[in-house]
Design a protein around this ligand. Sequence first.
Ligand SMILES: *Cc1c(COP(=O)(O)O)cnc(C)c1O
Length: 358
Amino acid sequence: MHKKLFIPGPVEVKPDVLEQMARPMIGHRSKEASELQRRISNNLRKVFFTESEILLSTTSGSGLMEGAIRCCTAKKAAVFSVGAFGKRWYEMATSNNVSADLFEVEMGKAVTPEMVDKVLKTGNYDLVAVTHNETSTGVMNPIDKIGEVIKKYSDIIFIVDTVSSAAGTKIEVDKCGIDICITSTQKAIGLPPGMAICTFSNKAKERAEKVPNRGFYLDLLSLYKYIQKKDYQYPSTPSISHMYALDYQLDYILNKEGLENRFARHLEMAKVVREWAKKYFELFPDENYLSNTLTTVKNNREIDVSFLNKELAKRGFQISNGYGSLKDKTFRIAHMADCKMEEIQELLININDILGLE
Ligand SMILES: *Cc1c(COP(=O)(O)O)cnc(C)c1O
């Protein structure tokens, strides 16, 4: 039996979107490929509220995260981490020989603008990396307020991991002053895994021009230059199947569901899961910074999370245990992509039934 996924990626993909992945190929050097890729970029600019260029990469989101921190740090990166995915950025920097410092907050808490300001005042950094939606703790960082602080420092490149939030909650890239905003296909966009997307500002481009060793496959500047010169074609063969599905899904998001309706639906589902969590358990994160795309529940009843998931599997559902050190101490319910309120309610009824909660 297929288990309906309520995990923070990969997500359930609608059958009509899956069908797009099975369409016959076109040459990646054709006029049709240019048109397809140009249309995708134009539509993604709307999703991210930006005038910046869009870059696509046939990697998962981590690929563009690694490319971004490597290509745009000339001096030193300040990585602000509120959990597992923040730390990953620091590891990417150090393993690429990119100079970086890690600033961590306690699990469940958010990065504050004051904290960023204090670090930038030292004058030691020229790039800030922040996770928008920390998928381990369920915290959503205030990137708009962090962006306001960063605007005071003109030489800072601001890169943001929105892998588990983009297209599920409003992210105004230009307003927040984000230079590189990164996401993957398998989360709130609602596609199979295998492609990454980012915005790329002029400021990011100018910075990358000053960084000598940007690597090859994930050199964001060379991707940028290539698509300018070759009418949105990419230097190496992209996943054309993902592009078909992305093009189709963007049309659905922008013209059928509507962006604002999509954000509202995510918030409505989040509210229902939060209320349920507060009634029977507790919320793990600071309540001022709750994620709209997933809820991390504190396992204060000490239930057996793997037992719950095994029982859910028999009924055709799957949720996530806590991430890393939060395993069994928390569990996570994702409410993202094209998940419907009825499906969330059905899941919660089944959890209550398995655990004997009333
Ligand atoms: C899933 C996730 C990633 C990793 O993305 P991949 O596409 O698997 O490389 C990074 N950051 C966050 C916040 C995520 O949720």
